[in-house]
Design a protein around this ligand. Structure first.
Ligand code: 3PG
Ligand code: MG
Length: 397
C-alpha cells in the first residue's frame, strides 16, 4: 500500500515539496500538449486547500546536468499558474540562492517552482552519495514530500527516490490513481486481454513484450517497430525503420508466441511513402510488397479494420505507442482507428505512454471515453512488465 497524503497529518502552515512530472512537449516555449501540467493540479490544489504552501520540483527534457535555457520550466510554471489561478513563482535555480529566497518567502497557500531538477548533475547520478546530497538540500526546504510525478517513478533519482527517505513522504493523487488503474490491467486482467504496441523502437519495449507473451491473449503490433517484426518474418520492408540488431530477439518472440498461444497480430497492409514528410507521395501496399524505395509510415486501412476487430471484443485493452506518424494527418489513420476502437469497445481501456496519450488529445478524442490515460511512458511500461519501480517502492507504508 502506498502512503497517502492523509498519512502526513495536519499540513496547515507546512511546506510541502511536490515532485511533479511536467515534462511536456514544447515547440520553442509553447506547450503543445499540457496533459501533464493539468494532471499535476489536483494534488497541488489539495495541499493548498489543507493550508500548506507548495514547492514544485520537476524536470524537463534531458539536459546534461547544467542549466540550459531551452530546458527552463518557465512555460510549465506559466501554465500551472493559469490552471491554479494563482501565481507560481519560478526560482532561477534549483537549490541555490534564488530557490532558498523563494522558499523562505512562501506563505500558506503559495506555490513556488524550482528550476529544472536535471540542471543539477546529482539528480540522475549513479552514485548514491551524490544523489543523497542533492536530496538533502531539497528536503531542507520542506516539512513533507509528496511524490506525484508518475512519469518518473521508474527513475531512481534524487527528487523521486532519495528525497522520499528524508522527509515524511506520500504518494500524490496522480500517482495513486495511475497505480490503481494500471494495476487493474496488470494484475488480473479481464479476458480477452489485448495489448496494442507501437512507437518507433522495438528496443524500447523488449521487457514489456517478453512479459506480455506470458500474460496477454493478443498482441497487436504497429508503428515503426512493426517493420522489425515483418522483416523477422522474412518480408522486405524497403526504407522503413528497422532495428537489425533486434531481429533475432523478435524471431524469438514470434516462436514463444506460437508456444504460449498468444496471438500476434501484424498489419497486412501498409501506407508506404517516398519520404518522411507530411506531404510525401504515398500509397497503400500489401505488407509483403513494400517497394524497396519506400518507407512505411502507417498501417493500412485493412490492418486498421483488423486491429479494430481485435480490440472491439476485448475486455481489457492496453495501448502504448502510435501506429504511424500521427503528427502528419496523412499517416494518422491507423492511430485514429485504434483510439476509436478502444472507445467503442466496452472493455477497460488504458492508454499508456506520453506519445499515445498526446495522440489521443491531438487527434481530438474525448479523454473521458477511455478507462484510463496514463501520464507515464516508461513508467507505465515498466509497471506492465511487472517490475518493482524505485519511486513507488520508497512510498510503501
Ligand atoms: C517521460 O517523459 O517519459 C518522463 O517525464 C520521464 O522522462 P525521462 O524518460 O527523461 O526520465
Ligand atoms: Mg521517456
Amino acid at each position: 500500500m502506498l502512503k497517502t497524503i492523509d498519512s502526513l497529518g495536519d499540513l496547515a502552515g507546512k511546506k510541502v515539496l511536490v515532485r511533479s512530472d511536467l515534462n511536456v512537449p514544447l515547440d520553442g516555449t509553447t506547450i503543445t500538449d499540457d496533459g501533464r501540467v493539468r494532471a499535476s493540479v489536483p494534488t497541488i490544489q489539495r495541499l493548498l486547500d489543507a493550508g500548506a504552501s507548495v514547492i514544485v520540483t520537476a524536470h524537463l527534457g534531458r539536459p546534461a546536468g547544467a542549466p540550459e535555457a531551452k530546458y527552463s520550466l518557465a512555460p510549465a510554471a506559466a501554465r500551472l499558474s493559469e490552471l491554479l489561478g494563482k501565481t507560481v513563482t519560478l526560482a532561477d535555480d534549483l537549490v541555490g540562492e534564488s530557490a532558498a529566497a523563494t522558499v523562505a518567502a512562501l506563505q500558506p497557500g503559495d506555490v513556488a517552482m524550482l528550476e529544472n531538477v536535471r540542471f543539477d548533475a546529482r539528480e540522475t547520478s549513479k552514485v548514491d552519495a551524490e544523489r543523497e546530497e542533492l536530496a538533502a538540500e531539497l528536503a531542507g526546504f520542506a516539512d513533507a514530500f509528496v511524490s506525484d510525478g508518475f512519469g518518473v517513478v521508474h527513475r531512481k533519482q534524487a527528487s523521486v527516490y532519495d528525497v522520499a527517505k528524508l522527509l515524511p513522504a506520500a504518494a500524490g493523487l496522480l500517482v495513486q490513481n495511475e497505480v490503481e488503474s494500471l494495476s487493474k490491467a496488470v494484475s488480473n486482467p479481464e479476458r480477452p486481454y489485448a495489448v496494442v504496441l507501437g512507437g518507433s523502437k522495438v528496443s524500447d519495449k523488449l521487457g514489456v513484450i517478453a512479459n506480455l507473451l506470458t500474460k496477454a491473449d493478443r498482441l497487436l503490433i504497429g508503428g515503426g517497430m512493426v517493420f522489425t517484426f515483418l522483416k523477422a518474418k522474412g518480408l522486405e520492408v524497403g526504407t522503413s525503420l528497422l532495428e537489425e540488431d533486434q531481429l533475432e530477439t523478435v524471431k524469438g518472440y514470434l516462436a514463444t508466441a506460437e508456444q504460449t498461444g498468444v496471438e500476434i497480430v501484424l498489419p497486412t497492409d501498409i501506407v508506404a511513402a517516398v519520404a518522411f514528410a507530411a506531404d510525401a507521395e504515398a500509397s497503400v501496399v500489401a505488407a509483403d510488397a513494400i517497394p524497396a524505395d519506400r518507407m512505411g509510415l502507417d498501417i493500412g486501412p485493412e490492418s486498421a479494420e483488423l486491429f479494430a476487430s481485435k480490440i472491439l471484443d476485448a475486455k481489457t485493452i492496453v495501448w502504448n505507442g502510435p501506429m504511424g506518424v500521427f503528427e502528419f494527418p496523412a499517416f494518422a489513420n491507423g492511430t485514429k482507428a485504434v483510439a476509436q476502437a478502444m472507445i467503442d469497445s466496452d472493455g477497460f481501456s488504458v492508454v499508456g505512454g506520453g506519445d499515445s496519450a498526446a495522440a489521443v488529445r491531438l487527434l481530438g478524442f474525448d479523454e473521458d471515453k477511455f478507462g484510463h490515460i496514463s501520464t507515464g511512458g516508461g513508467a507505465s511500461l515498466e509497471l506492465l512488465e511487472g517490475k518493482v519501480l524505485p519511486g513507488l517502492e520508497v512510498l510503501e507504508a
